[in-house]
Design a protein around this ligand. Sequence first.
Ligand SMILES: Nc1ncnc2c1ncn2[C@@H]1O[C@H](COP(=O)(O)OP(=O)(O)O)[C@@H](O)[C@H]1O
Ligand SMILES: [Mg+2]
Length: 245
Amino acid sequence: MNRTIVDFNHVSKKFFNKKSEMVVISDMSFHVDEGEIVALVGPSGAGKTTILNLISELLVPEIGEVKVDASLGYMFQKDNLFDWLTIYKNIALGLSIKRKLTKDDQKEIEEMAKRYGLYDFLDYYPTQLSGGMRQKVALMRTLLLKPSLLLLDEPFSSLDYITRLDLEEEIFKIIKNLKISAIIVTHDISEAIVLSNRIYVLSARPCTVKKEYILNEDMANARPNDARMNEHFQEYFKDIVETLR
Ligand SMILES: Nc1ncnc2c1ncn2[C@@H]1O[C@H](COP(=O)(O)OP(=O)(O)O)[C@@H](O)[C@H]1O
Ligand SMILES: [Mg+2]
């Protein structure tokens, strides 16, 4: 049995404004074990981002408990790059807020950039890069902080389809190579199936777990492009659509 690194235990979360309150998360429980890629699939506005914000302690639940035993890397839907900083500086930003960059850091950034096809662009500015490349820069910035758990909030949703397929492939490889864990939040059913080994299908707001899918080992281990061709892909897809309806 692998260690549990995220334990969401009967969690409820409300948002208050002057006149009313709105329950966003209702009695929700789920967990993530070390080495897993877990997908949270649910409709827009369900409360998915709120779940990640609870995990990263940006928010605190009214009821229940959120236990996290991992160092977090958060990657957002928007890449949040600074247009007035070079790609190099954007990558280094997270780290340079924490401490002074060393020669080793510089070397690591350059090596990482080579690996991810960004080396020739380190002196460029974000506006000169495509959406997919920008997301890769955001990913590098996050990975440089050496997280053991990556939180991915619909990171591909603003990209065109082919770029999206390529980045899914790449991010899967990276997570597996680094032997880290990940939670990917998405409203894209196929993305959830091909990237994860386990899926929680969520209800519309107030958000709770409708159903858990444990993907068979073939599917869980296959790279996204292979998983998409797997004979079981359609079955999972159909079943999850039914659950969401
Ligand atoms: N800080 C906040 N204050 C008030 N309402 C919020 C806040 N953050 C999110 N909401 C509301 O909570 C609901 C769920 O939001 P969110 O978690 O962003 O959903 P999702 O990521 O699934 O699209 C939405 O109706 C949203 O408007
Ligand atoms: Mg969201």
